[in-house]
Design a protein around this ligand. Structure first.
Ligand SMILES: C[S@@+](CC[C@H](N)C(=O)[O-])C[C@H]1O[C@@H](n2cnc3c(N)ncnc32)[C@H](O)[C@@H]1O
Length: 248
């Protein structure tokens, strides 16, 4: 059937509330703006000779910015409704540089060495350790030599996890490879009711280890503050961690 208004979606993006947009599948919120690491991905994508990928793109906060700068973007999400809304938000003149890939990262089909860069923003902290390790390995396979990966995750250092601090410290002391893993977030805080049950809150050591072991050279891996987060989620300026790494 023809589509007179050239849209894909019956639904509309939920309203932006305090800088966040609720996902349709209880995987938290899309941010309405870009953090420093995502902006660096967009700047890199703008000059990339081949396409870049946005994993867990939601309604396209990073994809739209990258397309606007001239990039060719493969937008991935597990929820087709998110991708359809994203498509509708893209100006018609930029749609020829957009490819949609609905599927559960990292179990998606992407050609080897076909990406200049990948952004994984606020997605991997819902994965168990094996899935995080597989993600890093697969992105390494998909990335062209000289290409980059940009990763942003939430950390254990947030206001809703102060009751977890001693347990996290104990696990760090014992050398636990996944010290921020919480199998049932819902029993930790009622604030997590809109999130998946499993939370694997990552720190610098974990992110650096996983992406180094996958073959990436680490450019930087830093904590950063989230003044835009609600007061109850903020703690001490280390609410998120960002990594940029290169495939040499
Ligand atoms: C918290 S939102 C983050 C959206 C955006 N990247 C941001 O930083 O604001 C998580 C998004 O990742 C998607 N997602 C969750 N697990 C995924 C997976 N395994 N593969 C692809 N997308 C996934 C969700 O559907 C949702 O759109």
């Amino acid at each position: 059937m023809s589509n007179p208004d050239n849209t894909k979606s019956d639904s509309h993006m939920p309203d932006v509330e305090d800088g966040f947009v609720k996902t349709l599948n209880n995987t938290g919120y899309m941010t309405a703006g870009l953090d420093r690491f995502s902006q660096t991905f967009v700047d890199f994508a703008a000059h990339a000779p081949i396409r870049v990928m946005d994993v867990g793109a939601a309604y396209g906060v990073a994809t739209l910015a990258a397309l606007k700068c001239g990039a060719t973007v493969l937008a991935n999400d597990i929820d087709e409704r998110h991708l359809n809304i994203l498509y509708d938000r893209v100006p018609a003149a930029e749609r020829s540089r957009l490819e949609l890939l609905c599927g559960q990262f990292p179990n998606i089909e992407v050609k080897a060495e076909s990406l200049a860069a990948t952004l994984i923003c606020r997605v991997m902290h819902f994965f168990d350790g094996a899935a995080i390790e597989l993600s890093a390995k697969r992105v390494h396979e998909w990335t062209v030599s000289g290409g980059k990966v940009f990763v942003i995750c939430e950390t254990p250092f947030v206001g809703t996890l102060t009751a977890f601090a001693d347990e996290y410290a104990r696990r760090k002391d014992q050398g636990d490879p996944w010290p921020g893993l919480i199998l049932d977030m819902h029993s930790y805080t009622p604030r997590a009711s809109g999130l998946p049950k499993l939370g694997n809150w990552l720190d610098r050591d974990v992110l650096t280890r996983v992406f180094s072991e996958a073959g990436f050279a680490i450019d930087e891996c830093e904590y950063f503050a989230r003044p835009e987060f609600p007061d109850w989620l903020q703690l001490d300026g280390k609410e998120s961690v960002g990594l940029i790494a290169t495939k040499n």
